[in-house]
Design a protein around this ligand. Structure first.
Ligand code: HDE
Length: 663
């Protein structure tokens, strides 16, 4: 992999401490690092011990405030390549020149949990991309869900207070299944559409590599002539968008709380670079009012069947960070980091975000110079008259730090739009100062119903179960009832099942008359590929391993990743055993294949546990003809493969999950 401009810039900040002599931060060589300076070996430590004080003071200050939302995140470097020039719509250089590769840094996150929380929780996922362009940093700070809970930034603190663990007992962690969240939902009904997504499989993605990303808000593209188009941004994963099942996700959180970061890190280390295509939905300004929703309303999406997604480029994540704190934790995203040719709309949620992101970095990163941190620096030069502040690294020379001036020839000089200077789109504005919401923002249910209508039957079942789980965890009967009555506006049957399951009264609403569906919203219609799906191959440790070798190779040739599981670590022939039954677990694999059985009772019991749990989670399970008895009772079910051949099994794995299986 060649170095890009960001990588070269980062190089000057990288330090390798290996093979070096230990010093203090002042460069003084250290002769002893294990004991503090004492008055006698059994005596008190002395204040004079500057070396101890420096080490301990630094340690005492090693934590910074975690992000108020999106605290749990993981990131990687990569690059973005453009398929075709978007010159017609935007003057953004990185979207005009197909010969440039733009370095990117992408951070994925959950929203609700603390920095140390488990990753496979039911939640939206953040999908933040920093493009280091030659015209400055452009940040696309999106989510894996295309709409949001609220319409106005004013309510964000309320939403987050309701979603986070309840303040009197700090429970539950990283979960929306509690009273205050659902009380917020029922009393802020604009949340209906996003709640449908949050209860769907989208909120438990299989992998960061297998989820879509969305800019959520309507932005503007502006071309060199000053002509604007409305634009919505999409990231489409090349592997398709796929999800876990809820029972599996909950178990993963115990077996491997780092499930998603491990998947991303390992994939990049293995050379299985995650890829996403950048898509745009474009709308001319004249078409602003042609929909039955307001294009400025962030609780609405533009159905792809009505406004097609044009794929304009591809992002590849190809390098893990060197240091999680320095890069992933210190990166500062901001929807207001834009380049010429990309502009905002009056979406009231976006407008509020434009304030919040700088404000939060000031407390999180401790001052106004966070743009100087290596991960945040633009790759193009940056000059202005800003000076000083905590942690200033730049040594600005000369006496002039003001504008206008004559002593420095009035530099740094501003640039005209022709020279690349950013100019805000000159949208015509008129209106009265009001605290209100537009009437065009008041339909909270039509698209929530459209989402429901677009789901396959298994997806509808998962949504229903998710509601029953979450509302079942709500203690307050009134809140339960309010939620039931609210979601009757989305789908009456859904609300009835929730009411019945949680012991609430049947809903009072009339249901929805909306029949529209958008097939693009169903994950059943997503591309399905075998690539990088993880198969646990169970094998005994007898024999020369040749048979195992053949099956492993067949799977690998088909693009699957294989990990060998047995009762003890060691080798089978030349193949290393990756896991014992204890260090691995069926929930950590996409499929289980039993290559050979053992006469050992415990081996059989563990193999049966693996196969049965995988089966219950609708995964492909298979066995070599010699081990086929392990499939007893499951044979004939979809995705259960009892040939020793491999290719039928690969097809079964590619299908992702076999929902039409009775478990
Ligand atoms: Fe954020 N959001 N947000 N948000 N958001 C933050 O900024 C905020 C919203 C999103 O990986 C914070 O640096 C407000 C929508 C992501 O570092 C904070 C509102 C979307 C990330 C903040 C929203 C997002 C954040 C916390 C309502 C999808 C993680 C730490 C007006 C389009 C960025 C930080 C990363 C982070 C504020 C709503 C996505 C507090 C006020 C809608 C992916 O500034």
């Amino acid at each position: 992999m060649g170095k890009n401009s960001k990588d070269e810039q980062l190089e000057q900040f990288r330090v390798d401490d290996r093979d070096q002599k230990m010093t203090t931060n002042q460069g003084l060589k250290v002769s002893e690092d294990e004991f503090s300076l004492k008055a006698g070996v059994r005596g008190p430590t002395l204040l004079e011990d500057f070396q101890f004080r420096e080490k301990m003071t630094h340690f005492d200050h090693e934590r910074i405030p975690e992000r108020i939302v999106h605290a749990r995140g993981y990131a990687a470097h990569g690059e973005f390549e453009l398929y075709e020039s978007m010159e017609q719509y935007t003057r953004a250089g990185f979207l005009n020149d197909t010969s440039t590769k733009t370095p990117v840094f992408v951070r994925f996150s959950t929203v609700a949990g603390s920095k140390g929380s488990a990753e496979a929780v039911r939640d939206a996922r953040g999908f933040s991309t920093k493009f280091y362009t030659q015209e400055g940093n452009y940040d696309l700070v999106g989510n894996n869900i295309p709409v949001f809970f609220i319409q106005d930034a004013m309510k964000f603190p309320d939403l987050v207070h309701a979603l986070k663990p309840e303040p009197h007992n700090e429970m539950p962690q990283a979960a929306s299944a509690h009273d205050t969240f659902w009380d917020f939902v029922a009393n802020n009904q604009e949340s209906a559409h996003m709640v449908m997504w949050a209860m769907s499989d989208r909120a438990i993605p299989r992998s960061f590599r297998m989820m879509e990303g969305f800019g959520v808000h309507t932005f503007r593209f502006v071309n060199a002539e000053g002509v604007a188009h409305f634009v919505k941004f999409h990231w489409k994963p090349v592997l398709g968008a796929h999800s876990l099942v809820w029972d599996e996700a909950q178990k993963i959180n115990g077996k491997d709380p780092d499930f998603h970061r491990r998947d991303l890190y390992d994939s990049i280390e293995n050379g299985d670079f995650p890829e996403y295509e950048l898509g745009v939905q474009l709308l001319s300004e004249e078409d602003e009012f042609k929909f039955d929703f307001d294009v400025l309303d962030p609780t609405k999406l533009w159905p792809e069947e009505d406004v097609p997604v044009k794929l304009i480029g591809k992002m590849t994540l190809n390098r893990n960070v060197d240091n999680v704190f320095a890069e992933t934790e210190q990166v500062a995203f901001h929807p207001g980091h834009v380049v010429p040719g990309i502009d905002f709309t009056n979406d009231p949620l976006l407008q509020g975000r434009l304030f919040s992101y700088t404000d939060t970095q000031l407390i999180r990163l401790g001052g106004p110079n966070f743009h100087e941190l290596p991960i945040n620096r633009p790759v193009c030069p940056f000059h202005n008259n800003q000076r000083d502040g905590y942690g200033r690294m730049t040594i600005n020379k000369g006496p002039v730090s003001y504008h206008n001036n004559s002593l420095a020839n009035n530099t740094p000089a501003t640039s005209s739009p022709e020279e690349g200077g950013y100019e805000h789109y000159q949208e015509k504005m008129e209106g009265r100062k009001v605290r209100n919401r537009s009437d065009s923002f008041r339909d909270h249910f039509s698209q929530a119903t459209m989402f429901w209508n677009s789901m396959s039957n298994p997806e509808k079942e998962h949504i229903t179960d998710a509601f029953c789980f979450e509302i079942g965890k709500v203690k307050n009967k009134s809140v339960q009832q309010q939620v039931v009555d609210m979601f009757a506006n989305v789908n009456l049957e859904l609300a009835k099942v929730i009411a019945d399951t949680v012991g609430a009264n049947p809903p009072t609403g009339n249901g929805s008359a909306v029949t529209k569906a958008s097939p693009a919203l169903s994950q059943e219609n997503m591309v399905k590929k075998p690539n990088t799906r993880k198969v646990g191959v169970i094998s005994n440790r007898e024999g020369d391993g040749n048979g195992l070798q053949v099956i492993v190779q067949t799977f690998k040739d088909a693009g699957l990743n294989v990990e060998v599981v047995s009762d003890k670590l060691g080798n089978i022939g030349d193949l290393p055993i990756d896991h014992t039954f204890l260090t691995g677990d069926p929930v950590l694999f996409d499929a289980i294949y039993v290559a050979s059985m053992s006469e050992d009772k415990k081996f059989k019991k563990e193999s049966d546990r693996y196969v049965t749990e995988a089966f219950n989670h609708f995964k492909a399970v298979g066995a070599d003809s010699s081990a086929v008895s392990i499939l007893a009772g499951k044979e004939g079910s979809p995705g259960v493969v009892n040939s020793g051949e491999g290719t039928a099994f690969v097809d079964a794995v590619t299908a992702h999950r076999h929902w039409n299986r009775e478990v």
